[in-house]
Design a protein around this ligand. Structure first.
Ligand code: SAH
Length: 414
């Protein structure tokens, strides 16, 4: 097996849990590793660090998959998927699937399978079954598709497997996009149940893997403030909360807020396809009469709402990742600042803001600073009700900060 020898001290970050080895951290390569092949990683003194997938065409030259397992074969993946499943059962309870809980079953590096994302969607009444939506985001897992498919089938026994390898990070690994059915059959329409509501999702056509599973618990957390809207200085307290769901996608927050008794929900997104699904989801849950759907750019529309003198009791801001790398941090800061400032203007005093940042580059400290700045500029004070992150099926691996990506703050604006 070919060997990568790290430069002095570059093993420390790896030994502390970070699985990526960058090209500039390598002193030399011994032997001739195949692209995507297994390599042993050693420190500058020659001591064993782990085994990794090698990619000569990526800045992330190697991704560690194990300290001890040499070969990443079918048996390796079976063991990794079983361990990942055991963690989900620990977090969500033994009969998670029986309870129709759709879950992220494998979360890449945090589950020791670098670059592999597997979301498991459980069909509710009428569309019963289990379908997997999979992203192969590194050369190592791309080359082992056949073994991975066999292992997924033997551990999870799904009815069909969809591939959603259309993420931009594939290009950084030198891989083309690829979307389609990998195994079995994948229906056009699957209805899943989440937080007691029904959602129709589109595995092959929706954004990312078809549904944002990481927001499951945050959607429930946001919905519980709907019934507390009477705390806001709202002229229509008796009627119920007016909710604004910005970046609503298919309505995970909107539908739940409406079900929780919101008087009205204004759901805004720039994606027509996502809004078409939201329309169906509102109907599926019999809340269409209380959800108004608007296709618009969030920045422009927030400005328009302000001009129109609109007010809300609860606002959800769930934008896409603004900072995809370090260079984008300053423009991301400006984006988050503008969104949150405008939302604070639109909230009644005592209203609640549920605000997110999903770029791991944008640290919790930076996000909190943006919120504090926005509060200062809008002459408001913030009471922090909850500091949250992604749900537990997206585990956070200590030492690997990329897995600590989602920041959620629920604040009362007074
Ligand atoms: N809140 C959603 C997930 C949001 S993902 C949920 O619970 O599932 C981010 C969303 O922002 C996507 O649906 C995308 O279409 C939308 N989006 C991206 N840029 C936008 C913009 N400038 N204005 C409005 N929506 C935008």
């Amino acid at each position: 097996m070919a060997t990568i020898i790290l430069k002095s001290k570059e093993d420390i970050r790896i030994r502390r849990g970070h699985p990526w080895i960058y090209d500039n951290e390598i002193a030399r390569v011994e032997g001739e590793p195949e692209p995507g092949g297994e390599v042993e990683v050693r420190d500058a003194r020659g001591l064993h660090v782990g085994y990794a997938f090698f990619n000569p065409n990526s800045k992330i030259r190697a991704r560690v998959y194990s300290r001890t397992a040499k070969k990443a074969d079918e048996e390796f993946f079976v063991r990794a998927f079983e361990a990942a499943w055991k963690w989900r059962k620990f977090c969500f309870g033994e009969p998670a699937i029986e309870r129709r809980l759709s879950l992220r079953l494998v979360y890449g590096e945090a589950d020791s399978v670098p670059g592999l994302i597997v979301d498991g969607f459980v069909g509710a009444t009428g569309t019963e079954g289990l379908w997997l939506s999979v992203q192969f985001l590194s050369l190592g897992v791309e080359m082992r598709k056949a073994e991975i498919l066999k292992a997924l089938r033997s551990v999870f026994n799904p009815d069909g497997i969809a591939e959603r390898s259309d993420a931009p990070v594939r290009a950084l690994e030198g891989l083309p996009e690829s979307v389609g059915v990998l195994w079995g059959s994948v229906p056009e329409r699957i209805v899943i149940e989440e937080n007691g509501a029904l959602f129709e999702i589109d595995l092959l056509g929706g954004q990312k893997t078809g549904w944002f599973l990481d927001q499951r618990a945050n959607r429930a957390a946001a919905a519980k403030y709907v019934s507390r809207a009477q705390w806001a200085d709202s002229p229509n307290k008796a009627i119920g909360a007016r909710v604004l769901d910005m970046f609503c996608n298919q309505g995970g927050f909107s539908v739940l807020a409406a079900k929780a008794g919101a008087a009205s929900v204004l759901a805004v997104d720039s994606s027509r396809d996502a809004l078409a699904l939201l329309r169906k989801n509102a109907a599926l849950n019999s809340v269409s009469d209380r959800i108004t759907i608007v296709e618009a750019n969030a920045f422009d529309y927030l400005r328009d709402l302000e001009k129109m003198g609109q007010r809300f009791d609860l606002i959800i801001l769930d934008p896409p990742a603004f900072a995809k790398n370090r260079a984008a941090l300053e423009s991301a800061r400006r984006g988050y600042k503008e969104l949150n400032l405008r939302a604070m203007h639109l909230l009644e005093r005592g209203g609640v803001l549920v605000t997110f940042s999903c770029s791991h580059w944008f640290s919790p400290e930076m996000f909190d600073a943006v919120l504090a700045d926005a509060a200062f500029d809008s002459n408001r004070r913030l009471h922090i009700l909850e500091e949250r992150t992604q749900d537990l099926d997206h585990p956070i691996l200590s030492g690997y900060d990329e897995s600590r990506y989602l920041k959620c703050r629920i604040v009362q604006v007074v």
